[in-house]
Design a protein around this ligand. Structure first.
Ligand code: HEC
Ligand code: HEC
Ligand code: HEC
Ligand code: HEC
Ligand code: HEC
Ligand code: HEC
Ligand code: HEC
Ligand code: HEC
Ligand code: HEC
Ligand code: HEC
Length: 336
């Protein structure tokens, strides 16, 4: 099974296999790269791909016109011939699809197939499950070069040798949208990012496990101009305030901690504290406020306990209720 191969290369089925997966990944980039050069199986790339990608590969001495047409391919590969029309790639009325190249939809991606058909040799056709990630990506990016895809090159996932087909399947998609290999986007991310995916299951969380949001509500897996592949804005705060607009400010008195990042107090993925806080009150505040005019730190233990309104209920925010910032003229201590 070719999927097994790609799975092994990316540690697809397990997060704990990273070092192995990366080592194997590097090895396979080298060997597959060399194999690709030997096979000279890149005529389609030469036809389709940008000059840069073509220059990466060995010059293809294959005939300029080695195309056989879809009907020939599907005589032997019937399942793929059936699966393609079921997806957006098979909708010929969209002139940008492979299917719109009449009779040549298969070879738009797989490259001219004459040599493969003549010999039955599977190394004489582009096999995405056996190609180096960068060669897979170059094929897909010839068409998918807009929006977030324009940020793919150099993004974290590109840098870590993921490919489009790590997450997407052209012939056997499982998801309702975007042709993922898993039913939901969270499941796709979860295969590698277990920690973040598990945090969503904690008591404090945004409605991800309820299905109202998913990882791609905030992140784009393709790459972005924001930090941490966040979809919106240029900072973490701009992402948060795209929904929680009332926390955006500017406030007459803003809280330096919040100006820096919402993530100084909240874990965006979830936590077992109230309101997804990274620590419980009063510890939350005491990580930064080690002194104040009233007892505030763990070292004032007994006094805090005595003045119990600092530890019960909402603790410090019993009084400092405008913790995100205040527009009251006398709100500099976030009390009103
Ligand atoms: C005469 C029958 C025949 C025709 C026509 C044919 N193929 Fe194949 N194809 C094969 C055989 C046989 C294999 C090898 C299967 C194996 O070794 O597991 C193969 C393998 C492949 C593979 C690799 C599958 C894998 O296991 O990784 C791809 C991709 C492929 N063909 C695409 C095409 C495309 C695209 C066309 C049309 C241009 C085409 N084939 C036309 C018989 C054919
Ligand atoms: C949009 C690009 C694209 C088009 C168009 C396309 N393929 Fe594929 N093909 C792929 C990719 C990527 C894979 C790797 C497996 C996957 O993603 O489903 C693949 C895998 C295959 C395989 C190997 C199946 C396996 O088990 O790994 C065969 C055979 C194949 N394609 C034949 C065809 C035929 C026949 C057509 C035309 C009807 C076609 N492909 C059209 C991209 C494409
Ligand atoms: C880490 C997993 C992952 C990788 C790698 C990945 N994608 Fe995606 N892609 C997704 C998810 C999840 C969605 C659906 C959520 C969304 O729309 O952002 C998606 C959406 C898409 C869409 C439909 C929405 C849109 O943005 O147009 C296309 C087309 C697409 N991806 C193509 C690609 C291509 C081409 C590559 C390789 C350059 C790629 N993807 C790499 C996970 C991935
Ligand atoms: C010849 C151009 C072309 C090539 C090559 C191509 N695609 Fe597409 N793809 C399209 C078009 C056109 C659509 C329809 C949606 C659109 O207009 O963006 C589409 C749709 C998709 C979608 C579904 C988007 C959705 O909203 O459901 C995914 C995922 C995708 N492509 C991934 C890939 C991957 C992975 C590859 C490389 C193996 C690839 N494509 C190669 C043109 C192409
Ligand atoms: C095949 C494994 C794999 C899959 C699947 C995957 N990622 Fe990643 N992702 C990585 C690797 C490797 C890194 C690099 C950082 C690291 O080692 O943790 C990374 C980094 C990230 C980062 C941090 C980027 C930065 O700039 O620090 C984010 C955010 C991210 N991924 C989101 C996602 C989302 C969302 C999905 C699902 C759509 C996803 N990933 C699916 C492997 C994967
Ligand atoms: C509400 C928005 C939001 C959602 C939903 C979200 N994230 Fe994040 N994610 C963030 C922010 C913000 C950061 C940066 C946190 C920081 O740097 O302190 C981040 C960071 C990450 C990182 C990098 C962590 C690191 O330490 O480098 C990964 C990986 C990641 N997210 C994966 C996921 C996955 C997987 C999901 C789905 C289960 C997901 N995220 C859902 C906002 C979100
Ligand atoms: C796409 C919109 C969206 C984005 C972006 C977003 N949130 Fe949320 N957030 C929600 C929704 C929806 C809820 C649930 C509201 C409810 O239950 O009333 C929520 C709830 C919360 C809660 C309260 C959780 C609880 O236990 O009651 C906190 C705290 C929070 N978000 C912080 C953040 C932070 C920090 C960011 C940036 C990393 C962020 N949000 C980004 C939509 C978003
Ligand atoms: C100094 C720590 C701190 C920072 C920084 C911070 N928050 Fe909060 N946030 C809290 C605390 C404490 C609560 C609980 C308040 C309560 O119980 O009344 C809370 C509650 C929330 C809630 C849920 C209750 C409500 O008021 O709607 C949301 C949503 C929220 N914060 C979003 C954000 C966003 C967005 C940012 C960044 C702009 C941010 N927070 C920055 C400490 C912080
Ligand atoms: C990440 C560090 C950090 C955390 C966590 C934090 N703060 Fe702050 N806070 C600051 C900084 C920095 C200032 C600005 C101090 C200054 O201007 O001298 C500030 C200012 C304040 C002020 C106004 C102080 C003054 O002198 O005007 C109050 C009141 C305050 N914080 C209360 C809290 C409370 C209550 C919490 C917990 C819910 C909290 N802070 C959590 C860093 C933090
Ligand atoms: C019973 C109400 C109340 C509680 C509970 C409370 N504070 Fe305050 N806090 C105040 C008042 C009132 C001021 C303003 C004092 C002034 O302006 O003279 C203040 C001032 C501050 C200041 C500004 C620096 C200073 O010394 O004036 C910080 C920082 C602060 N509090 C942190 C905290 C932290 C951390 C907690 C939780 C451990 C907390 N507060 C709990 C009422 C409270």
């Amino acid at each position: 099974m070719p999927h097994d191969r790609i799975d092994a290369r990316y540690g697809w089925t397990g997060g704990g296999r990273w070092s192995l997966a990366i080592a194997v990944g590097i090895a396979s980039v080298v060997t597959v790269g060399a194999a690709a050069a030997r096979q000279t199986s890149a005529p389609a790339a030469a036809r389709e791909a940008p000059a840069a990608a073509a220059a990466d590969q060995a010059p293809p001495p294959a005939p300029a016109n080695g195309f056989v047409g879809d009907d020939t391919c599907t005589t032997c590969h019937e399942p793929e011939g059936k699966s393609l029309p079921a997806t957006l790639h098979g909708k010929a009325r969209n002139v940008r699809t492979p299917a719109a190249r009449t009779g040549q939809s298969c070879e738009t991606c797989h490259g001219p197939g004459q040599a493969h058909v003549d010999t039955g040799d599977k190394t004489k056709i582009k096999r995405f499950t056996a190609m180096a990630p960068k060669d897979v990506n170059a094929t897909c990016l010839t068409c998918h070069s807009k929006g977030s895809h324009a940020q793919w090159n150099g993004g974290m996932h590109d840098a870590r040798n993921l490919s489009c087909t790590t997450c997407h399947s052209v012939h056997n998609p499982k998801s309702e949208r975007a042709q993922l290999k898993t039913v939901t986007a969270v499941q796709t991310c979860e295969t590698c990012h277990k920690q973040e995916a598990m945090k969503v299951k904690k008591s404090g969380h945004m409605p991800l496990r309820e299905g109202k949001m998913d990882c791609t509500t905030c992140h784009t897996p393709h790459g972005s101009t924001n930090v941490r592949m966040l979809k919106v804005g240029n900072t973490i705060n701009e992402t948060c305030s795209s929904c929680h607009a009332e926390k955006r400010g500017p406030f007459l008195h803003d809280h330096a901690a919040g100006r820096e990042s919402c993530a100084s107090c909240h874990d965006p993925h979830g936590s077992n504290n109230d309101r997804m806080l990274v620590a419980k009150d009063p510890m939350l505040c005491q990580r930064c406020h080690v002194s104040s005019r009233h007892p505030a730190t763990i070292y004032d233990g007994s006094q805090i306990a005595a003045a119990s309104n600092r530890v019960v209920g909402r603790s410090c925010v019993n009084c400092h209720s405008q913790i995100h910032g205040s527009n009251h003229p006398a709100g500099e201590k976030f009390l009103r």
